[in-house]
Structures are given as structure tokens and as C-alpha cells.
Ligand binder design. Sequence first.
Ligand code: SAM
Length: 368
Amino acid sequence: MKKTNNSAVFFNIDKIKNTIIEGDTIENLKKLPNESIDLIFADPPYFMQTEGELHRTDGTKFAGVEDEWDKFGNYDEYDKFCLDWLKECKRILKKDGAIWVIGSFQNIYRLGYIMQNLDFWILNDIIWSKPNAAPNFAGTRFQNSHETLIWCTKSKKSKYTFNYKTMKYLNNNKQDKSIWDIGICIGNERLKDKNGKKIHSTQKPEKLLYKIILSTSKPNDIILDPFFGTGTTGAIAKLLGRNYIGIEREHSYNEAAQKRIKSIVPLNDDISNLKLEVKPPKVPMKKLIEAGIIKENEILYNKDGKKICKVNIDGNVDDGTEILSIHKMSAKYLNKTNYNGWDYFYIKKEELISINKLRYDYMEEKHD
Ligand SMILES: C[S@@+](CC[C@H](N)C(=O)[O-])C[C@H]1O[C@@H](n2cnc3c(N)ncnc32)[C@H](O)[C@@H]1O
């Protein structure tokens, strides 16, 4: 623990990386240093207020969320609890950090209201749609088959992480949407005790955390989960090469989480290392001409091998009618307002070579 000027005592963040802190979340959040966390995933109590037992149509009891940790006296008590932990989350997030909060219809509107009042900036609300949700056994309402996630940055000004290209690639090269179809946690993934009973009533699916962590964090980021439960966040953080910190009150959940995380082997693949997000090198046309990679008066073609224009010594291009930048010229031929010329033009050697590839060749040859 580190003492600061105002005599508050804080954890040393490096010492608590990749550990679970056992105890009350608000008490322990208060011990985390200001602006020390990159991403938070919070799956707080729902305050479900389930009354009486739920039964399936065959009369057997259905295990909903009846745990002690989900009980509060009234909405005032629940709201105060949420305000207290969310305030601490805001304080400990780095200035460009972000937070995900998940909830059901019982609590998500209260959480969203508190978060907006604290000046978190909402980027999306995501519908986690469950193809295998439990039915409404009594047939008195629609089947409740989703939960909502709110994704916010610390403030409107935060320069947050969003791994757009990676998510598009994983969605068959289409921009990914805000409705996610992911089954609830069942089968081998569901942690069970020695009698085959579920260890936790609300263990979240790994696929959900994979998508959250992959889309909005970078390798080695620190991800905090203030309601750690069975450690789904920690398991996926480790899998993707990120660090985690968990806070959880219940010792039995912590034991299960620790065992689970220990067995995870990091993927260390191109997707988790965000290879698709690497920005193209900033090399202007003029540099390629100076380096002799593209010649003055060289003809530029489109991908179908049609001659479009020739290159001027200053890096602009001339189609016989106008002299423009490669971007404006490509937009002209595509009938668009804007286009990235690096993706449009080719030079001809034995075959067509993308001018974008020439930028990478230039960088590899280590021109300055
Ligand atoms: C909805 S569950 C989280 C489940 C978790 N996401 C998972 O995948 O296993 C909420 C967790 O918060 C814990 N919890 C509730 N209130 C707490 C508090 N004041 N301090 C610490 N933990 C708390 C509960 O014990 C419970 O495990």
C-alpha cells in the first residue's frame, strides 16, 4: 500500500495486477489509485426482487437469482450502492478509459441514469440476445431473452479504444452491430461443484467477455471487474493477453475463479494482438517519387488495369483534364465525395502492384 500527499492509502497497482481482492467492492475500489485502470467490466447485483419460487411447466423448481448478494431494502438503498461504486469507477479510470455495465430490465435504467449524471459518456447500448434464454414459464409476459450492456467512456473527451477493423473482420467483413447473439453459459463452461450444482447463478458466457475485451482494450491493458463472481473477466483477459483485477466478496467464488484462470493459456495470436489495427505508414507520394519507387510521369491504373492518370513530380496526379491529389482523383473516378487513393491506384510492372504496398516496401527499406 502506498501513502499519498492527502494521506489516503492506495494499493500498488503492479502488486494487485492479475489477482482477486476478496472483500467489499466499494471499500476496495476506494483503495485503487486515481486514473490507474484502462477498462472496467461491471456485472453488479440486479436487485431482481424475485418473489416466491419459480416453477417450470413440469412443476420442478427453476433456479433464478435468489442469492443474498442480490437483496437490497429498496430502490434508494440500491441506487446509493450503485452511485458509490460507479463514482469510484469514474475516479480510477484513466482519462481515456472506458466502462461496460451489464444489467437486466430490473436495474439497467437506474444504472444508465446514474452513469449519465456522473458524466460518463455513452457510446453504445448493446443488446445481448440469448437464443437459449429460459421461457416465461407462467406465460404471463413475453419471454425475457436479453440483457443490456452500456458502454461508456470516462468523459466525452476520452480517446477510447475501439478495435473496429478486428470486429469487422470477425463479422464477415461487415460493420458489427449493437445486437449480439450469444448463448447463456451452459455445458462444460458452466462451473459446477463436486455435487454437479452450479457454483454461481449468473456466470456470464466467455464469448460475451471475449467480444467486450477484444473490441475495447489493448494487449497489456489493466481490466478491472468489481463484481468478479466466477472470474469470467479474468479468464478472458488472460486468454487475450490483458491484465485483470477482480474484487469479490464471496470466498467460494474466488476459489473457483482462481482455479479457472490458472488453467487458461493465452492465445497470443494475431487477433488478440490486434494486428489488423496497425495503422498504415504515413508516407506521402512525394517520398515514393524521391526514393525512385514511383517515377515522374508513371501511369497509375485502377484494379481492373484501366489507365487513369500519370504522376507529377510533386506527388499530384494528372488525368489530362485536371491535376489532383490521389485521393481526389480516385474519388472523381468512383463518383464519391472522398476516397482513399492508396486503396485505388496501381502501377504496372509484370503485374499490377498496389501503391499502398509500395508504402510498406518503402518503410521496410528503412528510408527516413
Ligand atoms: C452478477 S454477479 C457477477 C457474475 C460474474 N460476472 C461471473 O461471470 O461470474 C455479481 C457478483 O457480485 C458480488 N457482489 C455483490 N455485492 C458485492 C459487494 N458489495 N462487494 C463485493 N462483491 C459483491 C456477488 O457475490 C456476485 O458474485
